[in-house]
Each structure stands twice: as structure tokens, then as C-alpha cells.
Design a protein around this ligand. Sequence first.
Ligand SMILES: [Zn+2]
Length: 386
Amino acid sequence: MTSVKAGRVNQGRILQALQDLGPLSRADLARLSGVSRATIGSIVQPLLESGLLAEGEPQRGATPGGKPARPLWFAPDSPPLAAVHLVPGWVKAALVSADGRMLATSSGRFLVTAPAATVVDCVVDQLNTVLAGSTARALGVGIAVGGIVESTSGTIVACNLMPELSGLPLGPLVSERVGLPVHLDLHPRAQAVGDRWSGPGRGEQSFASIYIGEAIGAGLFLNGAIHCGPAGAGGEIGHTTVDISGRTCRCGQRGCWETIATRDWLREEAARLHLPAAQAMTTALLADLSAAGNADAKELFEQYARNLALGVVNLQQVLAPGLFILHGDVIAGGEALRGRVERQARSYLPTRSVAEPQITFGSAHDRTTLLGAAGLVLSRSFPLVG
Ligand SMILES: [Zn+2]
């Protein structure tokens, strides 16, 4: 690692500690990271000079007569971060402060069959709307998008749900139009950054953040860092095979986890069982029908929990992240679904005295991905990975 990169990684760790614990003095940071106060001073100085951090009012320390400590925190006028969450049919943009507050949001819709140029226009329009609300120049733009992405070039390599976007260099196109650096990454990976920044992953050293809705994907935070394969590969847990002779998946393969655990699967099964409102079936409705005593709904609910647990088990067996934060449609299934998935997952795994997998749900009013897209700007500028 070059010394410049090492310095930026250390800066990333300082920012992470502040996000985890709130304002901290240099002495606190030195104690927490096990390095000298002088070293901390040299790491934070560029962050102070860049205007990202500021020193707070002097606070009297615990030692009588000691020099009052000045806690470090994000400067009130630090450069904001712009964020975009792009999914089939709509785009949301936000301007986020460096300490994670939403300063402005904007959203727009487009047809999923719209040409790529229309989608780029929609992204740029929403970004310009949120950027117009700030006099300070944003540090950069983070874009979270589904499909297969190449994060190094900012390209959407393939997008099954919006084929018009396949091959689109969205990052460079948006960067040119808004005049800011753009960091594009997989939506579940941005979601994991958001979970780590302000969600159930806060303070955790390892967890998996899984999106389950019209598609499935995972962002992995392992041993204190976001895991990212070459050019942004990895996280395609939805396309790991769970049944070699199973249904054909949108990706062209057979029996992917997506073929038995998405909203589409749930609706197809509900229709086969002639459940009420099968075409609009949600996990919330299925939970209600099951609780009301509908035998078919109860069986489908159990089967859905088992199918969800299968992907969790595969990930736990290989990487043992321990904590699984689920987002998307599944959240509406509530505690009834969460508990079932957790029980099912544990039943498939060998018993250990520690490291039983824990399932938790992300926020129902999910701004995690948008926050995470903003977090991408910070984590790319001051990386948390070695
Ligand atoms: Zn697939």
C-alpha cells in the first residue's frame, strides 16, 4: 500500500469512529486506535484543512487541571454528499451532510422501457434539484443501482429489469453533466454502507445486508471493511444456485435463489394456491392470512421463510457474517417472518456455542440505500478498505 493510500485508509477509520461514536477528542481517537496522539494529529490535520472536520468548543477533561480537549466532529459547513438510488421506474436523489443528515431529496419516475438517455436525464434532473439547495460544492455523487456493475468505470454492465441500461457508462455520463466525481456501485453494497453508517450494522465488524424484493442481492461488510471483488464483482447472492434443475432465472441460468425467494415467486405460488389477491400478494398480506388461519397461506408462509433461510444459510456457511440485515419487501412480513427465517436458518446450520446467525430487518422507511450512496462518496474518498 502506498503511504498516500495508507493515510487515506487511516482517515477513513477516523471518520468511521466519529460516525460510530459521535464527537471524539484526539486523545480519545488515539486511545481507541492504539496509536500516539501525534500520529492521530497528523491523520486528522488534512481532514481539518479540507473543511470536512472541525474542532468543537474546549471541554474540561476528567483530569483536574488537564488541558481542555477539543472534540472533533464534522464541520457544520463541510461539503455535502450527493446520492442517487436508481431502480426500475424511478430515481431518488438526496443531498446528505457528512454526519448523515438528509438536507434535500427529490424523486422522479420513468418507464422501465425508456431509452437510456431518458433515464440519464431523469438522474441529472433530480441531482440538479438537490444540488441547487446548497451553496457549498458537494464532495461527489454516489449512485446505487441494481444489476451487474463495474464500479471502476462506473458502468452498468447488465440490468435484467431495465435492459436498456445494460452497457451504460452512467457514472461518467452523470459526472460530465453535473461536474462532480461520481462513484457508482451495486445497490445492496451501498445499502450495506448505509447500514454500517446509521442502521443495524452500526458498530458491527461483520454483517450481510441483503435486499429481497423484485430481485435479490447482498452487500457484505466483513472484518471491518466493505467487501468488493474486482471492479465491483460479488454480492450476486440472488444468482447462486439452490436447485440445479429448478426454474429458469432471468439471468438465463436455472434454479438461482432468486427463482424461489423474490416477490414474483411469492405471487406465482399464491396464484397456484388460489389465495385472495394473489397477483398483489405481499409478505404483509401473507402474514395476515396465515395468522387468520388460512391453511394454504400458512404453508406458503413457512415455505417462503424456508426459501429465504436457504440463501442466508449458504452465505453463513461460506463467510459466517453472523448478522443478516434484510431489506425490501420482506420487512412487511414483520416479526412473524423474521422469527421464522431465523429459526429455519439456525435449523440448517451446525450448532455452535457462538455465532448463531441473527436475522434483523432494516428500517421500513428505507432511506438506507440513499444514505449509503452518500456514504460511498466518503468511503471512496477516504477508504475503509486496505
Ligand atoms: Zn439467476
